[in-house]
Design a protein around this ligand. Structure first.
Ligand SMILES: NC(=O)c1ccc[n+]([C@@H]2O[C@H](COP(=O)([O-])OP(=O)(O)OC[C@H]3O[C@@H](n4cnc5c(N)ncnc54)[C@H](O)[C@@H]3O)[C@@H](O)[C@H]2O)c1
Length: 322
């Protein structure tokens, strides 16, 4: 990318606000246009309003962006990413999950050859950039004597029951939304190999899944719980190192963590409390994306692997039962 990075933002809903906040901190970024068919007043960027369009096709008739950011409902990602790939030369940052089904992944893959899909498509696996995740990954790298990660338990709760059907329209299901965050976060610690169990219940508002992984020559199971049936957000993950009796607990909501060996505290992590959680995820994500070598967790290949593991689940009838 050149000295000035011209950005087009597609979908100006909830998460777009975080993208705009982080992009506004980077002096070499200019947001040239926004796209959203349902927006009457487009948001300002550094005090001025970028050109606004009702469709990405119309925007690409007028602009040559270096980066297109897609922050629209999950089931629109594949079509919009395809349009951006075919009608521009921009890198494309797609919100997670990259696609909503395996057929869409196959369609994106089939473009490779005509356009550089693997070189241009990145997925915003933002949870993998959260500071407590970084902290835990560094501790694990520093301590090979802890041995392999022998068990993982992760529970992600979001209060989307309060949003009713709109939650399903934007995020499809709890597993579609949180499962991808859990799997992409785990790629920082272990190598995921397969989904070994999947139960979705409550019309897709809850899930209980298990995934097999490899860690330092051993094979383990990650237990993944997610649910929208709650009044508040709460997300935690524990990593057990059974050979050394070490455990790491990370609290993704509080952005804190600690490592303990039986009754002894080995290390702990906290923040100064000044940076909002999503900004703390997207700042390092953009730093990585805009560098010469974007991190592997953003890559098309990682997103494809996660998609394949993630979609080894039976379909559920969607909607919270009334
Ligand atoms: N909300 C979060 O905290 C969060 C965090 C990370 C990732 N995400 C992901 O980001 C995506 C969007 O989530 P959200 O919470 O911002 O949803 P949202 O419903 O708040 O916003 C989506 C926006 O996209 C617009 N839109 C719909 N179709 C469009 C189209 N064809 N072209 C342009 N704009 C279109 C809608 O009008 C809406 O303004 C989802 O895939 C979600 O998984 C959300």
């Amino acid at each position: 990318m050149g000295d000035l990075v011209r950005v087009g933002l597609v979908g100006v809903g909830t998460i777009a606000q975080t993208h705009l906040t982080v992009l506004a901190e980077l002096p070499w970024i200019s947001v040239d246009f926004t796209v959203d068919p349902h927006l009457v007043v487009p948001p300002p960027f550094r005090g001025t309003a970028p050109r606004h369009y009702a469709s990405l096709a119309n925007a690409l008739d007028e602009h040559q962006p270096d980066l297109v950011v897609i922050a629209t409902p999950t089931d629109t990602h594949a079509d919009l990413a395809t349009l951006a790939l075919v009608r521009s030369t921009a890198r494309v940052l797609v919100e997670k999950p990259l696609v909503h089904d395996l057929a869409s992944l196959a369609r994106l893959r089939s473009l490779d050859g005509d356009v550089d899909v693997r070189g241009r498509v990145f997925t915003a696996h933002h949870f993998a950039f959260s500071p407590e995740v970084d902290w835990a990954a560094e501790r694990i790298a520093e301590h090979p004597e802890w041995g392999p990660v022998t068990a993982v338990t992760s529970a992600f709760y979001d209060p989307y029951v309060l949003r009713g059907d709109q939650a399903f329209a934007s995020y499809t299901s709890s597993w579609m939304d949180s499962g991808v965050n859990q799997l992409s976060m785990l790629t920082r610690f272990v190598t995921l190999t397969a989904l070994t169990g999947a139960e979705q219940a409550d019309g897709g508002a809850t899930a209980w899944c298990t995934a097999e992984y490899r860690s330092r020559g051993a094979v383990g199971t990650a237990r993944l719980r997610s649910s929208w049936l709650t009044g508040s957000s709460s997300k935690e993950t524990t990593l057990s190192f059974g050979h050394s009796d070490v455990e790491i607990w990370i609290d993704h909501t509080a952005m804190t963590g600690f490592a303990a060996q039986e009754s002894r505290l080995l290390a702990s992590y906290g923040t100064d409390g000044l940076t909002p959680r999503k900004v703390a995820h997207y700042r390092p994500l953009y730093e990585s994306l805009l560098s010469d070598r974007p991190g592997p967790v953003l890559s098309f290949d990682t997103a494809a692997t996660i998609t394949e593991i993630h979609h080894a689940t039976p379909d559920v009838e969607r909607g919270i039962p009334r």
